[in-house]
Design a protein around this ligand. Structure first.
Ligand code: 13P
Length: 387
């Protein structure tokens, strides 16, 4: 404001106008120090050593496919009962899980005894988070690429989620690797929409988890995935900078750098670690407190082992590197439960074990104790995965 006013009286030449425009580029108000402090604390608590996120934000239709796989009807009560199983797991879970991403319908749901789910999470020191995007839509004239929608009315929704006790949010964008994609159009658009989402979250006191997921579908090799990951992340951080996002109050949720699922000569875990860390070093500012990987169709055990290799890999790593897994934390849990009350305890036991394995992996200390227990070795890949 003051700069503009000063220059209104001093601009004399075209050169002055150029200087004025340049100055305006850096003339912006930072968010208030108290809000910075709050966002930073939330983000740092989520990525505290040995902790990660349980992504339980499956939409109604995605939850429907998960329930169908175990022969359970997709209705409100079955979805509620399954989430109740997750959120009433023994308080030992506090040691491994710091945050849980919810889906809208879950925010106000209650356990059988009337306790709100959000309260059950709080009792376990787990910070509630919320998925705020409303899904992927096609980008016109692209090669079946998409962008993510949900910005309309999001400000109000975020204010309400904060009131209900959520402190972070998730928005998933999807990019596809094929011969000609991701396109410039898709990379630019998805980076920008992630930045707009992040700014709405931060102004409402929610830490935005920025998720530009590069799908694992395809025959591409790991080098291609690495190049695309670097480029996509570079665009994302440029957009976040353009929107004056307070990076210390954000988290990144990327894919690991891997070969495509249909590649016949897939890279080993050590190469995944080296390339993932290198891609992050090239594109993610050290101001970002943490990187919380998605599991992206890896088996439960692969996702744990790869996270462990990433943390065991010796390199400059200025961020916490941990998990925000959906399928890779829940596959065995769902199967063990099978919709039956008598299996709840056994399913919760599997959740605790897999959460501990991932906690160990986030410290680079996983000794393989879980192995392929349950469905640990089964691929969880779903083509063109929706959430
Ligand atoms: P997966 O771990 O199942 O890939 O999902 C995590 C997630 O939140 C995707 O948005």
């Amino acid at each position: 404001m003051s700069l503009c006013v000063q220059f209104r009286y001093t601009v004399r030449s075209a050169q002055d106008i150029i200087i004025l425009k340049r100055l305006m580029c850096i003339h912006f108000e930072r968010i208030k120090p108290e809000l910075q402090c709050e966002l930073r604390r939330i983000a740092e608590d989520i990525v505290a050593p040995g902790k990660g996120i349980l992504a339980a934000d499956e939409s109604v239709s995605t939850m429907g496919s998960r329930l169908k796989n175990i022969g359970v009807e997709n209705n409100d009560n079955n979805r509620r009962k399954y989430r109740q199983l997750l959120f009433t797991t023994d308080k030992e879970i506090t040691n491994y899980i710091s945050g849980c991403i919810l889906f809208d319908e879950t925010v106000c749901q209650k356990a059988d005894d009337g306790t709100r789910f959000i309260e059950l999470l709080r009792q376990r020191n787990i910070i509630p988070g919320i998925k705020v995007d409303t899904g992927v839509v096609n980008l016109m004239s692209s090669l079946k690429e998409g962008t993510t929608q949900g910005l309309d009315g999001m400000d109000k929704r975020c204010a309400n989620y904060k009131k209900e006790g959520c402190h972070f949010a998730k928005w998933r964008c999807v990019l596809k690797i094929t011969q000609y994609t991701p396109s410039y159009q898709a990379i630019l658009e998805n980076a920008n929409v992630l930045a707009r989402y992040a700014s709405i979250c931060q102004s409402n006191g929610l830490v935005p988890i920025v998720e530009p997921e590069i799908l694992p579908d395809g025959e591409h090799d790991i080098e291609k995935c690495m190049k695309v990951t670097e480029r996509v992340l570079a665009f994302v951080y440029k957009a976040l900078s353009d929107h004056h996002i307070y990076l210390e109050g954000t988290l990144l949720k990327p894919n690991m750098v891997t070969s495509g699922m249909q590649n016949k000569n897939r890279a080993c875990t050590e190469e995944i670690a080296e390339r993932t860390v290198t891609a992050l070093q090239r594109a993610v500012p050290p101001a970002v407190p943490g990187v919380t990987f998605l599991s992206g169709g890896q088996s439960e055990e692969e996702a744990t082992v790869n996270l462990n290799s990433i943390n065991a890999y010796c390199a400059k790593k200025p961020w916490a590197l941990t998990f925000s897994y959906g399928r890779a934390l829940q596959a065995t849990v769902l199967k063990t439960w099978g919709g039956k009350d008598e299996n709840v305890e056994a399913a919760q036991c599997m959740l605790l074990k897999r959460a501990k394995a991932n906690s160990d992996a986030s410290l680079g200390k996983y000794d393989g104790f879980m192995g392929k227990e349950g469905s640990g070795g089964a691929s969880l890949f779903i083509a063109d995965h929706k959430y």
